[in-house]
Design a binder for this molecule. Structure first.
Ligand SMILES: Cc1cc2nc3c(=O)[nH]c(=O)nc-3n(C[C@H](O)[C@H](O)[C@H](O)COP(=O)(O)OP(=O)(O)OC[C@H]3O[C@@H](n4cnc5c(N)ncnc54)[C@H](O)[C@@H]3O)c2cc1C
Length: 446
């Protein structure tokens, strides 16, 4: 009798512990689910739930809810758990690391580009990265595949393929012109130098491409790669300054100069010779590599003083901007988010100049925040205004349509008035573009 009672107590205790674990597990799952659903709703409102480029697609028939993908993803809140399975939250913020793809223990993740509803335009290229225009190659993210390592690899390969076909008989200023100096353009330049080509690299902005625009403190995730004229770059986690130093160092040691702040505007081809027109020169070459990424080119205002150092077309590190009188030009989400960030940090005096009568195309949250900041006089908003001239310590604006002029003290100007997409540039050059509607770029079994 006593043994029976003892057994009963033991079983009861085990059952209680099991029940506590189950209740805890179910509660934890339901909390996670609730949190992810809220995050998805917020992402939908902000317009960042839909992917714009590469993103993970989860096969819910295969996903076992290990959460390995969420742990592996180096960016924040891209993936979350709903009812014990992984779901995408902020697909537009995915940069295509592919860490989730590799981490999934049951291979339930595929990396895709575009969706059924929203296609992504990418240039049509051969296996040798050549476009429909012979001698014109595409390398890096422009071709649809993100990540530094891939860009470096493609930059190298594009030059190698060009070399196999190069017509040495024709006379040109350069053998090869490389457009863009992000990871793909840098790697292409190093490969061209290694192969003793006569080449020119033109960059509209600053060496480093998208990486140059990362915040200083961002952890850059990458995998070991072979950098031409450098050797194995055994990095997994690094920082923007470290990566830029490595690139600058190898370029300097090999006396390779990159023509920064010069934009390629037109590329034509006559009698097998490329004619490349930039903002500074016109020159000819036997081949061209487009390593221009997918960020596009910021639109300029075309006003006197725009070339001054205090003028920028993006904001990288708001925390470094203190006690400044700042003008943000533009009325889109990028301009508003920049103005809000600058007003939040370190006693900056922020004014927005927008040519429209009101903010009409903003994400709801941005509209709410800017309306509040304007009402609380944290940000001054000048609708119906246009920049007339940028001076060293002041700025002159047309206000109320065009009639009146106003002069403001000013330390820096951020011009965020949109830009041209790389596809527009490709179309102008005559490159065939295809739209990808959810095509798998990285798939298990490939
Ligand atoms: C927020 C964010 C975080 C990321 N984090 C990581 C990470 O941790 N690890 C990782 O591996 N990848 C990361 N990526 C992705 C990575 O940055 C890109 O895949 C990579 O930079 C692509 O290299 P690219 O050379 O093809 O293009 P880009 O780096 O975009 O360079 C293209 C260059 O071409 C120039 N250009 C464009 N048009 C012209 C023109 N007409 N004339 C002259 N120059 C022109 C541009 O100014 C630019 O400098 C991240 C991306 C983002 C947005």
């Amino acid at each position: 009798m006593e043994t029976l009672l003892e057994n009963f107590i033991s079983y009861f205790m085990v059952a209680c512990v099991a029940a506590i674990i189950i209740v805890w597990y179910v509660r934890r799952n339901s909390l996670k689910t609730k949190r992810t659903i809220l995050q998805i709703e917020a992402a939908k409102k902000l317009g960042i739930h839909e992917p714009v480029s590469l993103h993970p697609v989860i096969d819910t028939n295969t996903c076992i809810g290990s959460g390995a993908c969420i742990t592996a993803c180096p960016e924040k809140d891209i993936l979350g758990m709903v009812n014990g399975q992984a779901h995408v939250i902020n697909a537009a913020r995915c940069v295509g690391h592919g860490a989730c793809f590799h981490a999934c223990p049951v291979q339930a993740i595929t990396l895709c580009i575009g969706t059924e509803k929203r296609g992504v335009e990418i240039p049509h290229v051969s296996r040798e990265f050549e476009t429909n225009i012979p001698g014109l190659y595409v390398a890096g993210e422009l071709g649809g595949m993100g990540l530094i390592k891939n860009a470096v690899e493609q930059g190298k390969q594009a030059v190698t393929f060009f070399l196999r076909k190069m017509n040495t008989k024709i006379e040109t200023n350069y053998d090869l012109i490389i457009v863009g100096a992000g990871p793909a353009g840098i790697s292409a330049s190093l490969t061209a130098a290694k192969n003793k080509l006569k080449f020119l690299t033109i960059e509209q902005d600053t060496l480093g491409g998208t990486v140059y625009n990362f915040p200083r403190k961002k952890i850059v995730m990458t995998s070991p790669m072979d950098l031409p004229l450098y050797g194995q770059l055994k990095l997994k986690e690094t920082s923007k300054p470290e990566l830029l130093e490595i690139w600058k160092g190898v370029l300097q040691r090999n006396r390779i100069s990159i023509n920064e702040n010069e934009r390629v505007e037109e590329i034509g081809k006559v009698n097998n010779i490329f004619i490349v027109k930039s903002s500074k020169r016109t020159c000819t070459s036997k081949g061209v590599i487009l390593a221009i990424g997918r960020r596009g080119t910021p639109r300029k205002l075309g006003v006197p003083g725009e070339e001054k150092e205090k003028v920028a077309y993006r904001m990288i590190e708001p925390e470094l901007i203190n006690d400044k009188k700042v003008l943000v030009v533009g009325g889109g989400d990028a301009a508003i988010e920049t103005a809000l960030l600058l007003a939040e940090t370190n006693r900056n005096e922020v004014t927005i100049s927008y040519r429209g009568e009101n903010f009409s195309r903003l994400k709801p949250k941005n509209l709410e925040n800017i309306t509040e900041a304007s009402a609380n006089k944290k940000i001054r908003v000048l609708f119906n205004s246009n920049v007339k001239e940028i001076l060293d310590d002041r700025i002159i604006l047309y206000i109320n349509g065009a009639g009146e002029l106003v002069e403001l003290e000013n330390d820096s100007v951020y011009i965020l008035v949109g830009g041209t997409l790389p596809t527009e540039f490709l179309q102008k050059v005559g490159v065939t573009i295809t739209k990808k509607f959810g095509e798998a770029i990285l798939k298990h079994g490939n």
